[in-house]
Design a protein around this ligand. Structure first.
Ligand code: F6R
Length: 241
């Protein structure tokens, strides 16, 4: 794992955007895996800026990691809404090239199968990841099988509490989500993990020091991936000495 240390959240976003732009320039028709949440917002902001300086998203294909179950696609807390608001509507990507699981599908099981098929029809060249304080990647909570493909998860209480900041109350935070599985994430050619802030320092320290892969700490699987780059800021790295 290659670690790039940066000063703060903003620099993390700038560097991550430069990293992704370079990959797109090298392979304009690449497939990019995307994350949501607070962590990648500054990356999307800088990628939008990169387009003004010549990066084109016209030929890329994207797959998002996850989506809440039960929210309408236009719900301001859905990840469909998030991606549109913070990234897609500002760039030249054809909408049909963007993929997110539909958490509002009537048949969630079938939705998972179909999403999985779509992912398997591509190879994700670069997957952007955040990490949960409990070590989740995507919404693969502790205990998820490393062999998992796209599936429905019951969100951990700690994840619902952490994400309640986006909702009016904890009760409104969905209890379930669809997530790309760990096997799907691991099949990406390359992974870019972004980590910012003190709240992630324990998880990052654990990831960097863990020696055995353990399903109770999902991110530990990243140790066995051949090409992982971590961009982490000072606060996230404070536990690592
Ligand atoms: C989001 C995702 C999650 C987040 C993680 C961290 O698509 O897959 O794993 O990356 O929960 O969330 P933030 O960035 O909000 O701290």
């Amino acid at each position: 794992m290659n670690i790039i240390k940066v000063e703060d959240y903003e620099e993390m976003g700038l560097l991550a955007a430069e990293y992704v732009s370079k990959k797109i320039q090298d392979k304009p028709e690449m497939t990019l895996g995307l994350a949501t949440g607070s962590t990648p917002k500054s990356t999307y902001k800088h990628l939008i800026e990169a387009q003004k300086k010549g990066t084109s998203f016209k030929h890329i294909t994207t797959f998002n990691l996850d989506e809440y179950v039960g929210l309408k696609l236009n719900d301001p807390n859905s990840y469909h809404f998030y991606m549109n608001e913070f990234f897609f509507r500002h760039i030249d990507i054809p909408r049909e090239n963007t993929h997110l699981p539909n958490g509002h599908s009537r048949n969630i099981g079938q939705e998972c199968e179909e999403y999985d098929k779509k992912i398997k029809g591509h190879t994700i060249d670069l997957q952007i990841l955040g990490i949960g304080a409990n070590g989740h990647i995507g919404f693969n909570e502790p205990g998820t099988s490393f062999e998992s493909n796209t599936h429905v998860v019951k969100l951990a209480d700690s994840t619902r509490k952490a994400n309640a900041r986006f909702f009016s109350s904890l009760e409104e935070v969905p209890t379930h989500a669809i997530t790309m599985g760990i096997a799907s994430i691991m099949s990406s050619k390359e992974i870019l993990l972004l980590v910012s802030g003190e709240a992630k320092s324990e998880a990052l320290e654990r990831l960097l020091s863990v020696e055995e892969l353990n399903e109770s700490f999902p991110a530990s699987i990243l140790k066995s991936h051949p090409h992982v780059t971590i961009i982490a800021d000072k606060e996230a790295l404070m536990g690592t000495g």
